[in-house]
Ligand binder design. Structure first.
Ligand SMILES: [Zn+2]
Length: 387
């Protein structure tokens, strides 16, 4: 397969992760349904020219998005605060007052509503996972349950945002090309946000999950944006280095917001991380399997805090035998429900106190402060382990 990001080299296999849960953002009413949920193949390949990474075995027909999926990050106060700051940042930088915004992959619409409210713009939100009322709401946003066709039925837009969706696309280059064509000769700006592959591929890779087809670092993200005909306004890391953003434009007046660009040295660092990924991933899998078994054996009543996609991947790889005493999450929609493939049941955070756990495992370092504070409030003196 030719690299979809730079179009100038063939992808080379780098790691075979075997089979992993396909629906890592879904939770089920019964354990039997959860245990029966499908597995998909994950075989990572990389581009030697731009460091783009992709699941070579991705089957787009295996993964259909609908309203039963819940990949919402807005239940966390840390994410809410981050998202509110982002709205202010975009409003300060771009001519959004009175503008029309497309938000592709809008989730439950929290970000678009706030952007419309603060900027005084009009927004069209699209997401197959959007489960709220469709049509206009009081904020100036209009919601669609489904994805835009990106044809002449798409509203004329001045700004396009897409947060944590671009990496799910089978054809990310084609998506950007289509948006560029729709912008025609109008000045259009955009904001994309993805998980930062610099983090994912330099760590255990708990966020290397089936719905994530592509893994972009700064260099490959700039390559795909520019190859599709957009200008890079700025790029950088966010949220404790776990996310990457890129601001883009076409037909914009004046110079780009910043001339700081990822260099070949950045790309080479990412290629080095990619080179070590397979060994690191398998070693971390084994190490956490042993750690969970040891903590359970010592009577520590170990708990996993966080039943998002990253947590689901951790459970599948590190606790297939269900040795953890519980899995807890702050999202009440998940309580009493069961996670894919392993069938772990999700409990409210209070379960940690009821169990008297002395070890709490988290897979996302960005939530360490928030979870430590919650444990303290509950009077739980547990060791916090970051996987
Ligand atoms: Zn490439």
């Amino acid at each position: 397969m030719t690299c979809p990001a730079c179009g100038s080299a063939d992808l080379v296999e780098l790691a075979d992760l075997g089979t992993i849960p396909v629906f890592c953002g879904v939770h089920w009413a019964s354990r039997a349904e959860a245990l029966a949920s499908p597995l998909g193949r994950m075989v990572l390949g990389y581009c030697p020219s731009c460091a783009y990474v992709r699941n070579l075995a991705f089957d787009p027909t295996a993964l259909v998005y609908d309203t039963t999926m819940d990949t919402n990050l807005h239940h966390s106060p840390a994410f809410q605060a981050f998202s509110a700051d982002l709205v202010k940042h975009l409003v300060d930088r771009y001519p959004l007052a009175g503008a029309t915004v497309l938000d592709i992959g809008c989730g439950q619409g929290e970000f678009l509503r706030e952007l419309c409210h603060v900027a005084g713009c009009r927004g069209y939100g699209y997401d197959a996972m959007y489960a709220g009322p469709t049509g206009p709401d009081g904020s100036g946003a209009i919601f669609h349950s489904g994805h835009p066709l990106l044809d002449d039925t798409t509203p004329r837009f001045d700004f396009v945002t897409s947060r944590h969706w671009f990496e799910h696309l089978d054809d990310p280059y084609g998506f950007l090309v289509r948006l560029r064509e729709l912008a025609a000769d109008r000045p259009v700006y955009g904001y994309l946000e993805v998980p930062d592959a610099c983090y994912d591929l330099a760590t255990a890779g708990w966020e290397v999950i089936y719905p994530h087809v592509s893994y972009f670092d700064a260099y490959s993200l700039c390559r795909v944006v520019e190859r599709a005909g957009w200008r890079v306004e700025a790029t950088g890391a966010l949220f404790a280095g776990m996310f990457r953003f890129i601001e883009i434009s076409v037909n914009a007046a004046g110079p780009p917001k910043t001339t700081r660009r990822p260099t070949e040295a950045d790309r080479d660092r990412q290629l080095a991380a990619i080179g070590g990924f397979a060994g690191r991933h398998h070693a971390e899998r084994d190490r956490w399997r042993q750690t969970v078994a040891r903590l359970a054996g010592e009577g520590a009543q170990p708990v996993l805090w966080g039943a998002g996609s990253r947590g689901v991947q951790f459970l599948h790889l590190a606790d297939p035998d269900g040795l953890l005493a519980a899995v807890v999450d702050v999202n009440a929609r998940k309580w009493g429900r069961f996670l894919p493939v392993t069938g772990h049941e999700v409990a409210p955070p209070e379960r940690v106190a009821e169990l008297g756990s002395s070890a709490v495992v988290i897979t996302n370092p960005a939530y360490r402060t928030e979870i430590a504070a919650a444990l303290e409030t509950m009077g739980v003196a547990a060791e916090l382990l970051v996987a």
